[in-house]
Design a protein around this ligand. Structure first.
Ligand code: CTP
Length: 425
């Protein structure tokens, strides 16, 4: 891919020696350019005045003012696949620029300013299929402000950070950021080096390109109709198989272990099926019907196509969850031929009721997998929802009914998460 990256501050001169600028060091933008280069991309870096040396293998275009940066970005935008605007572009510039140094005795005590052009806003109509990522350095209402900018500037994603924190923002080597898209919950990250943040950004752009799943709007249609005769058994089965493709677009509040994005329901179900195969020896029930457990975990979340994923600590959402899911089950399994509809409905209902040993074990897997993901991503999702260890223990204690071994493992993980500060006590 061809990456266009901007970095550093801009300077808005009022005379040959004085200017308005900001604290940006350029480190974040340079780290993104280097990460993109190291992952095999072609990179053009447009840099404001910084004291960093030009990285090898990267074409650096040096600019000074916001107007020059706009020119340079505009020129290179046409031929890029992705723009990452990490530069801290000055929002204001002096209306009058003196050719000669303004002497103390001549200077007035007020400086008249005018706004600079907003580069992302200017490029908005030319976006096309390019991926555009912005940055939002905030000191208050970080998420709300960043969300506003994602929409206003029609960005695919904005990297938001609270620059009032000592480990984030200007001139430090670490950053604590959130990835925010227009239509998904924010992805919060723990403190990371700028290099690590840069890699996450580049990877995010890469996975977005082939069709992306995070901010891509849902397609209302399900592709072309299949060439099968209507009303036949096979047609009904295909209807269902096509319909469950939508499960791949239902996002959960669990991050992938690499923290790059939220996992979807289909990925979660597949993960549980593999876990069932491997971990069935730890079930309390020695004569477990493994095939039944696998069937159960593969269908257990299908109702979320209609009912949506309800975050387990969302009290209001959980109130009408059962009713919403019943209606969804009737519609979705109802697409199938009669006996398959009954079969899958009963498998799904068995999972929900959590009475049989198979259902208890499947439910244990369904709890342990997100625990592992929360632990693996340093509890950033727990933290961002203010979840406490007591809630996690209570929510997961029925793991024990399916597998005492997995419950012990889960308890250890929760205790360790508290010790490491991933989860509030
Ligand atoms: N940006 C831009 N042109 C400007 C100012 C900012 O393209 N003249 C870009 C930045 O590079 C960043 C994003 O817009 O990727 C958000 O910048 P920020 O300064 O946070 O937003 P503003 O729209 O300037 O809002 P405010 O200063 O009011 O927070």
């Amino acid at each position: 891919m061809r990456f266009l990256v901007t970095a550093g501050p801009t300077r808005e001169f009022m005379d040959p020696v004085r200017f308005l600028s900001n604290r940006s060091s350029g480190k974040m933008g340079y780290a993104i350019a280097v990460a993109a280069r190291d992952r095999g991309h072609e990179v053009v870096l447009i840099s404001g005045p910084v004291s960093l040396s030009a990285p090898e293998g990267i074409r650096v275009v040096s600019v000074v003012s916001a107007a020059e940066m706009l020119d340079a970005v505009s020129t290179h935008f046409e031929s890029c696949d992705a723009l990452v605007m990490a530069a801290a572009v000055a929002d204001w510039r002096p209306v009058e620029v003196s050719r000669l140094k303004v002497k103390k005795r001549q200077a007035s005590s007020t400086l008249t300013l005018e706004p600079t052009a907003d580069i992302l806003m200017t490029l908005k109509p030319r976006k096309g299929s390019r991926t555009v990522v912005g940055f939002a350095a905030e000191t208050a209402d970080v998420e709300a402000e960043a969300r506003r900018k994602v929409t206003a500037k029609r960005l695919d994603m904005i990297v938001a950070n609270d620059v009032s924190q000592p480990d984030a923002g200007f001139d430090v080597d670490t950053n604590r950021v959130m990835f925010i898209t227009a239509d998904a919950p924010a992805i919060p990250f723990p403190v990371m080096s700028k290099r690590e943040v840069a890699e996450r950004i580049v990877k995010w752009v890469e996975q977005k390109r082939p069709g992306g799943m995070i901010s891509e709007p849902r397609r209302p249609d399900q592709g072309q109709p299949l060439p099968v005769s209507e009303g036949t058994r096979l047609a009904k089965q295909w209807d269902f198989i096509r319909e469950i493709d939508k499960l791949k677009s239902v996002l959960r509040r669990t991050l992938l272990l690499d923290g790059s994005r939220y996992e979807n329901d289909a990925e979660h179900s597949w993960h549980l099926a593999v876990m069932a195969v491997l971990l069935c020896e730890h079930a309390n029930e020695p004569r477990l019907d493994l095939a039944r457990v696998i069937r159960m975990v593969l269908v257990h979340d299908i109702v979320e196509i209609d009912a949506g994923d309800t975050y387990c600590y969302d009290e209001i959402g959980n109130r009408d969850k059962v009713a919403r899911e019943q209606v969804a089950a009737q519609r979705l399994f109802g697409l199938l031929p009669d006996e398959q509809r009954q079969d899958l409905m009963s498998i799904w209902a068995e999972f929900e009721a959590r009475v049989t040993p198979e259902a208890k074990f499947a439910a244990a897997l369904d709890r342990v997998q997100p625990l592992m993901h929360n632990f693996g991503t340093a509890g950033v999702v727990w933290k961002s929802h203010g979840v406490r260890s007591g809630q996690v223990l209570e929510r997961n204690q029925h793991v024990e009914e399916g597998s005492r071994v997995l419950w012990e493992f889960a308890e250890d993980m929760i205790r360790d998460a508290v010790k490491r500060g991933y989860l509030d006590p």
